[in-house]
Design a protein around this ligand. Structure first.
Ligand code: ATP
Length: 248
């Protein structure tokens, strides 16, 4: 078990949760606005103080300093201001924690996957919303990329698809699937339930500060489970690719 949470709570915002994540697993975190997804991800990142026990690769998260955590887990917060006028390449270099011979090769590969090759000299303050989102993603991916950082274990991503067009979303899906195949565990929040049905190994469903269901996406994300949480009717159709949800 890579990440193990027992009785993890945040006073007034997160009811105690029992959760675990395996190496190589892609977990999607879903639920209505205000359900507590960012709160939980912030607690798992170690940046938001919480009660209970969080073990990352067997070590209590609370005992790991920021410097010790950085090579182990990448954290993409929901929103982040660009930290000023610096070129993209400088921002990316700041996030690379390991010194490996393959670094330049992996950097080029990630840039190509996220269509950022021609943005390297651009200032962070001159990027579009989707470009800045892809630069932020590239940075956290490079921080823990197994090909250059054997200590990289976990990526926590708060709404990684926000601001991305459909083609870029597809590219990110492919990149995240490859990282999981390389052994990274990923927990990502989002609002596209059909996307979670297609791509998640497992889903955590949140409501009013609690994880109310967890398991395989097709078992958790059903019309009957979702309607009371979102307070709207859902319909479900079965397709060759699996179930599909929509609001009539
Ligand atoms: N810094 C804070 N201090 C106190 N309460 C907060 C803070 N940030 C968020 N909250 C509250 O905690 C609850 C959960 O918020 P959170 O941001 O975790 O939800 P979310 O599921 O990520 O929502 P969304 O889908 O809208 O991003 C909300 O009621 C919110 O108002």
């Amino acid at each position: 078990m890579l990440l193990q949470c027992q009785g993890v709570s945040v006073t007034g915002r997160l009811a105690p949760v029992e959760l675990s994540v395996n190496t190589g697993e892609l977990v999607h975190l879903v639920g209505p606005n205000g359900a507590g997804k960012s709160t939980l991800l912030n607690a798992l990142s170690g940046l938001l103080p919480s009660q209970g026990s969080i073990l990352l690769d067997g070590a209590p998260l609370a005992t790991l300093s920021g410097a010790a955590l950085a090579p182990l887990r990448g954290w993409l917060p929901q929103q982040q201001m660009a930290p000023g006028q610096m070129p993209v390449w400088h921002y990316l270099r700041m996030h690379i924690t390991a010194q490996a011979a393959e670094t330049d090769c992996v950097l080029q590969e990630v840039l190509a996957q996220l269509a950022l090759q021609d943005k390297l000299t651009r200032s962070l303050t001159q990027l579009s919303g989707g470009e800045w989102q892809r630069v932020r993603l590239a940075a956290v991916v490079l921080q823990v990329h197994p090909a250059i950082n054997p200590r990289g274990k976990l990526l926590l991503l708060d709404e990684p698809m926000s601001a991305l067009d459909v083609a870029q979303q597809r590219a990110v899906d492919k990149l995240l699937a490859e990282l999981c195949c390389s052994g990274l565990a990923i927990v990502a929040s989002g609002h596209d339930l059909n996307h979670s049905l297609r791509h998640a190994d497992r889903v955590w469903l949140m409501h009013q500060g609690a994880v109310v269901r967890q398991g395989r996406a097709s078992e958790v994300l059903t019309a009957a489970h979702l309607a009371p949480l979102y307070q709207t009717p859902f319909e479900q159709i079965d397709t060759a690719q699996g179930p599909l949800l929509f609001i009539p």
